[in-house]
Design a protein. Structure first.
Length: 412
């Protein structure tokens, strides 16, 4: 088939050429976004061989708490100066409403966050986020929040690797979806694939029930050597699909034991929530991971990314609080937002043992909200309107099977 041939040929050509995802260093315009919208990647171009995080921050909004003239989604909350301001970006109440999530659940679950390095104010920043939105405390002292190094020890933690806002975004999104969940942050020594994979093993050994990975790198013939580190029976492992549209799939998202999380644009129309495929959502056809038996899309003979999605477009982004990088309140996006959010949804449903891979979602696709519309194609790589890069009815690459619509699709 033409699309299948194109997908494989394009992936192979890019791989042979040694091309990678755009650097997106500094402030850039988001493709297809409203005029004036600009974002920056939290993680710039990584060192050779390293992986990168997928958090994006809006740079066209003023720092602080107030939603600027209603141009960004907001939620009422208590600002740090005591005024009744609205942190720009969707907060927990909006996200729970959008995805039909209950307020209670997940008290017996531990969601692990895997990141490179540490950030000094994480506990205090998480307290601000949760207090602002009326969520129960989650502290080191009460055992809800635990931060360890790659070896599983509380000290010494590795230094700052430039991932600070990514780490804050991760814990905030888990909190938004599952406020009763415990949170385990495992700080890898570096952004090297082996260090991050070792941190995943540590999280599983420490009892994590869900593990969220908001990072990746383009797959190639040698990336399969780390696949076993992302396979822990009984533990749900999710990973971001990436922020650079239709291209060579990212790992770990392309591993067949991982639930690959795509991205959407989220908004309300006449009081109803609506989603479309985000232009930056990663999707692709793997040339090195075999087609799982539970995946049946026709135009990719290998593993297709993604499996499921949630809000990731910074134009319709989420609120995040991070004081260490001079941000305070900011609006964030990228599939670094959708991955920990979905990890929190799985935890809220309370059945991680159903997610040794993504097969349960494919068996219960009817319980998800199908996302139709939008595209993540680019001038450089276009699938000709095929589902691999276009939000169509049923399965598609950018959004997978769709987004959460309550917990029925997650065993809840």
């Amino acid at each position: 088939m033409r699309v299948r041939t194109f997908a494989l040929a394009a992936a192979a050509a890019l791989a042979v050429a040694g091309l990678s995802a755009p650097a997106h260093a500094g402030t850039t315009a988001t493709p297809g976004a409203p005029t004036g919208l600009s974002v920056r990647d939290v993680c710039g171009r990584p060192a050779p061989g390293d992986l990168r995080c997928f958090a994006q921050l809006r740079t066209d909004l003023p720092h602080g708490t107030a939603s600027p003239g209603g141009t960004a989604p907001g939620r009422r909350g208590a600002a740090s100066d005591g005024t009744d301001a609205k942190p720009a970006g969707f907060g927990p109440a909006e996200l729970r409403s959008a995805y039909g999530l209950p307020d209670a659940g997940g008290a017996d679950q531990t969601v692990a966050i895997i990141d490179a390095g540490s950030t000094p104010n994480l506990a205090a920043d998480l307290a601000v986020y949760r207090q602002t939105y009326g969520l129960p405390p989650c502290t080191v002292d009460d055992g809800c929040l635990r931060v360890v190094n790659q070896a599983g020890e509380e000290a010494p933690l590795p230094g700052d690797q430039g991932w600070g806002p990514e780490i804050s975004l991760d814990v905030d999104m888990v909190s938004a979806a599952c406020s009763a969940c415990r949170i385990l942050v495992v700080a890898a020594d570096s952004a090297a694939p082996d260090d991050l994979a070792a941190a995943v093993d540590t999280a599983a050994a420490l009892g994590a029930t869900e593990i969220s990975n908001s990072y990746g790198g383009e797959e190639y013939s040698g990336t399969g050597r780390l696949a076993a580190h992302y396979r822990h029976p009984g533990v749900a492992i999710v990973a971001s699909s990436g922020d650079y549209g239709y291209q060579i799939p990212q790992v770990p998202a392309a591993y067949d034991s991982v639930v690959a999380i795509g991205g959407t644009s989220l908004s309300t129309v006449d009081g109803k929530w609506t989603e479309s495929a985000w232009s930056g959502a990663g999707s692709g056809c793997s040339a090195w991971t075999a087609k799982p038996g539970w995946q049946h899309d026709p135009n990719c003979p290998g593993r297709t990314v993604a499996d499921i999605s949630a809000v990731a477009d910074p134009a319709t982004g989420v609120a995040v609080y991070d004081s260490a990088d001079g941000l305070d309140w900011a609006v964030a996006g990228g599939t670094s937002a959708s991955a920990p959010l979905i990890a929190g949804v799985i935890a809220l449903a309370g059945h991680p043992e159903l997610f040794d891979d993504a097969s349960y979602l494919y068996e219960h696709a009817g319980a998800l909200r199908d996302v139709v519309g939008g595209s993540n194609a680019s001038e450089a790589l276009d699938c000709g309107g095929d589902y691999l890069c276009t939000g169509v009815a049923g399965y598609d690459g950018p959004t997978g099977l769709g987004s959460p619509s309550g917990l029925d699709g997650f065993g809840g």
